[in-house]
Design a protein around this ligand. Structure first.
Ligand code: PYC
Length: 436
């Protein structure tokens, strides 16, 4: 039986305003090629900043854009502004390593991330924008008996919830990823792995652009280069948002920022247990496809996947200090190279093209903070640590519902801010990709 709550996650009927002016198709490509002016029309529009909006979303990454999209398409709330101080996707959404999976450790985490994977699978069709979902299988390597035990635990929790995960041995790891050294020579030999076939990678920029375009078509305004400088609160309730482009009257703000989440919360006096640290990543030159699954080794602090273009994308643990720098360091790339070669010695000749960093808002239990706060009209969708990208669609869907219905839906209720005072943590450290 479908509950009223479930029905609210389905698209509402489109109004004439939603109709896609120009879809992407083979015919559109041919038409475009025959035009005198070959420039494509912008995928989303620029708007004047209005003096008021029903809902103001702070943060133009995947979470903020998805929230605006689902508000408009699932709940008919179209008078929405997404404020991004830089360019959309310029923060964590464009800096992550684009891995998706739902093999978490807690029942709450598994249900939540699995819904995201479901939404991601259907997203290209829903947004009419190819997000390049590539199902690869996801291998979390175990190099010790202790981590094998955690893998078995995760596999059992996953199976109970219908998520495909199992523990496999070194021979199966070698079959799935022949480049990995599964001999007993390495410092940390591979003893087995948690294998999660539905895991994979997605083109992260495409997700940003797809949601921005679809949110715009549905009536939301996406404002880039629009920095929030203050949030007005009167008698415990949000009344407006101040920006570098003027003031907006509103009764509903959703903080969907990463890296700056606690600074935005400070504007209304909401305190959250978040520590911000950089996470570094790197990409190599492209080579012929040789690595199909996503590989993770917590012991070696490394994860790696090969993009459809052939580059290897690497990430590591968060840097062991709190700061806001987004510059890569030599120390990181040296450590990464050492660890990667322990795992796949055959890569010694590969050249790194680029390295970068993003900011991670770490919470004590490695789970996000989502839902209303003590300030009426101020909701948070923050604390995304190293797992924000994979949760983008479900977070948007559920935060939109939280705003529309005025209370957190069941799927995100466990992630409320009050859990820290109540001591009901959702401990996901054992399922974080790498040690922190
Ligand atoms: O949790 O899968 C993960 C992840 C990948 C990169 C950073 N975190």
């Amino acid at each position: 039986m479908t509950s009223a709550a479930d029905r609210s996650d389905r698209p509402t009927r489109r109004s004439p305003r939603d109709r896609r002016p120009r879809g992407y198709s083979a015919a559109a490509l041919v038409r475009q090629g025959l035009r005198r002016t070959p420039a494509w029309e912008p995928a989303w529009r620029e708007h004047e900043l209005r003096g008021s909006y029903d809902v103001v979303v702070v943060g133009g990454g995947i979470h903020g854009l998805a929230t605006a999209y689902y508000l408009a398409t699932r709940h008919g709330i179209r008078d929405v502004a997404v404020l991004e101080r830089s360019y959309i996707g310029g923060g964590g959404s464009g800096r992550n390593t684009a891995i998706v999976r739902s093999n978490y450790l807690t029942p709450e985490g598994v249900a939540f991330y699995d819904r995201s994977l479901d939404l991601y699978r259907a997203l290209s069709a829903e947004l009419d924008f190819n997000i390049m979902f590539s199902r690869r299988g996801h291998l979390t390597l175990a190099h010790s008996d202790a981590s094998l035990r955690t893998m078995r635990w995760r596999a059992e929790v996953n199976k109970v919830q219908g998520v495909d995960s199992e523990v496999i041995g070194p021979a199966d790891v070698a079959r799935l990823a022949p480049a990995v050294d599964v001999s007993d020579h390495p410092r940390f030999p591979v003893l087995g792995a948690l294998y999660h076939p539905p895991g994979g990678i997605i083109r992260h920029d495409a997700v940003v652009w797809g949601y921005a375009r679809a949110a715009d078509l549905a009536g939301a305004h996406v404002h880039q280069r629009t920095e929030v400088t203050g949030i007005d609160v009167d008698r415990g309730r949000v009344t407006g948002v101040r920006t570098n482009r003027g003031t907006i009257a509103t009764r509903q703000v959703v903080n969907c920022t990463a890296g700056w989440a606690s600074l935005v919360n400070d504007m209304v006096g909401v305190r959250t247990p978040v520590v911000t640290a950089p996470l570094q990543a790197a990409v190599t030159e492209p080579v012929k496809p040789f690595l199909s699954p996503v590989l993770v080794s917590g012991t070696l602090h490394v994860y790696v996947s090969q993009t459809p273009r052939g580059e290897l994308v690497f990430g590591a643990s968060v840097d062991p200090f709190a700061q806001y720098s987004m510059r890569g360091s030599l120390e990181f790339i040296e450590g990464l190279a050492t660890h990667v070669l322990e795992l796949m010695p055959g890569l010694s000749k590969m050249r790194v093209l680029r390295q970068w960093a993003g900011l991670c808002d770490m919470t004590p239990d490695y789970s996000p903070i989502m839902g209303p706060t003590d300030v009426e009209g101020f909701c948070v969708d923050i604390g995304w640590g190293t797992y924000g990208f994979k949760a983008g669609p479900v977070s948007g869907e559920q935060m939109a519902r939280c705003v529309a219905e005025g209370r957190p839906p069941a799927l995100i209720a466990p992630f409320g801010l009050e859990r820290f005072a109540a001591g009901h943590l959702v401990g996901e450290k054992g399922a974080a990709s790498v040690g922190h």
